[in-house]
Design a protein around this ligand. Structure first.
Ligand code: BV8
Ligand code: ZN
Length: 288
């Protein structure tokens, strides 16, 4: 149960000023997607040094392609089975009631959007989207195609050549039209296709975050009253710098987490427990 003091603060301030929410893997834990650092987390089984950074992925693909396949199959099997839980749904209602202005998420599981949230700033990308590495055109990876890809990867898990064939089918060359002026004198332009290679639109360690998303996240904090921190260990940067930036601007920090985090002492209020219990409770406080 949220304490009386916090309930009173929520009641007084959430309708007065702008509320923004930063979420991490913990909000999707009850949708069946393991967190990264918690007990039984993804990184217990798969070392992020290998599986969440380009060099690690490329070198392992060369030596043990089946390990990469196992990671992709495990990861996507969880994502494809997951559904928004009451925590995602509560945030979507808070946005609909114009109480919550934006969600800044580190998650790539698309569950906020599936819960109905509209203003979602994805700092680390989205596992259901691929992006051309040349012209940055983005396209959605439909669930059925992903399921098909996972099945084909499973069948071909030990042969690198066959795996590359499967991957090139689902991560094609980009056919975006790019106009290019002729090199000769005539200025008329002709259409050619980009030809770049698509890749998953997720940010791995050592990769820079999408700058528009990151600057939009900071902008959301400039005129905000409250920043809700939900289900994030706040150890991954630059996402973890957002609460620090907010605090410097006098924004109130409320943390909802099943345990203390790296930045708990910075927070004005700490609600220790499950997001799927406390976010609906916050909704209840504001409705009555
Ligand atoms: C970058 C991939 C420029 C996709 C991820 C200082 C400044 C800048 C960069 C760095 C820096 N110091 C170090 C770096 C490098 C690195 C970094 O931060 N490393 C950390 C580990 C120290 N950052 C980067 O590489 C970033 N790139 O900055 O580029 C650059 C380049 C080179 C060198 C310097 C700078 C890229 C970061 C993104 C990496 N990609 N994932 C994917 O697979 O998802 S990170 C990964 O961690 C996920 O995206 C995840 O979302 C993110 C953060 O983790 P959390 O979401 O917080 O999840 P976690 O498991 O940690 O915690 C869950 C929490 O939930 C827990 O607290 C738990 O208690 C709680 N919980 C559990 N159940 C519940 C719950 N709470 C409530 N209810 C529940 N039911
Ligand atoms: Zn392209």
């Amino acid at each position: 149960m949220i304490s009386k003091e916090v309930r009173k603060y929520i009641k007084d301030s959430f309708k007065k000023g702008k509320v923004v929410c930063l979420t991490g893997a913990g909000i999707s834990a009850e949708s069946g997607i393991p967190t990264f650092r918690g007990k039984g987390g993804l990184w217990e089984k798969y070392d992020p040094e290998i599986y969440a950074n380009t060099e690690g992925l490329v070198s392992t693909f060369r030596t043990h392609p089946d390990n990469i396949v196992d990671f992709i199959v495990d990861f996507y099997s969880l994502l494809l089975k997951a559904h928004p839980n009451p925590a995602h749904l509560a945030l979507a209602v808070l946005e609909k009631e114009s109480i919550l202005s934006a969600i800044i998420t580190q998650n790539i599981d698309n569950l906020h959007q599936r819960a109905g949230s509209r203003n979602v700033i994805e700092l680390h990308g989205n596992a259901f989207r691929i992006r051309c590495m040349q012209c940055l055109k983005a396209i959605t990876l439909e669930k059925d195609r992903l399921k098909e890809m996972v099945e084909l990867l499973k069948i071909n898990r030990t042969s690198r050549i066959k795996l590359l064939k499967v991957l090139s089918r689902y991560f094609p060359r980009c056919n975006a039209e790019v106009s290019a002026c002729r090199r000769d004198a005539s200025e008329d332009s002709h259409i050619r296709h980009c030809g770049g290679r698509y890749r998953l639109d997720i940010v791995l360690f050592g990769e820079i975050l999408p700058q528009d998303e990151l600057s939009n996240a900071y902008k959301q904090l400039d005129d905000c009253e409250v920043l809700l921190l939900v289900g994030t260990s706040l150890v991954v940067y630059p996402a973890a710098s957002l609460p620090l930036y907010a605090k410097e601007r006098g924004v109130k920090l409320i943390e909802i987490n099943s345990e203390e985090t790296a930045l708990s002492d910075l927070c004005d209020y700490k609600i220790i427990g499950r997001a799927s219990e406390f976010l609906p409770e916050i909704l209840g406080v504001l409705k009555n």
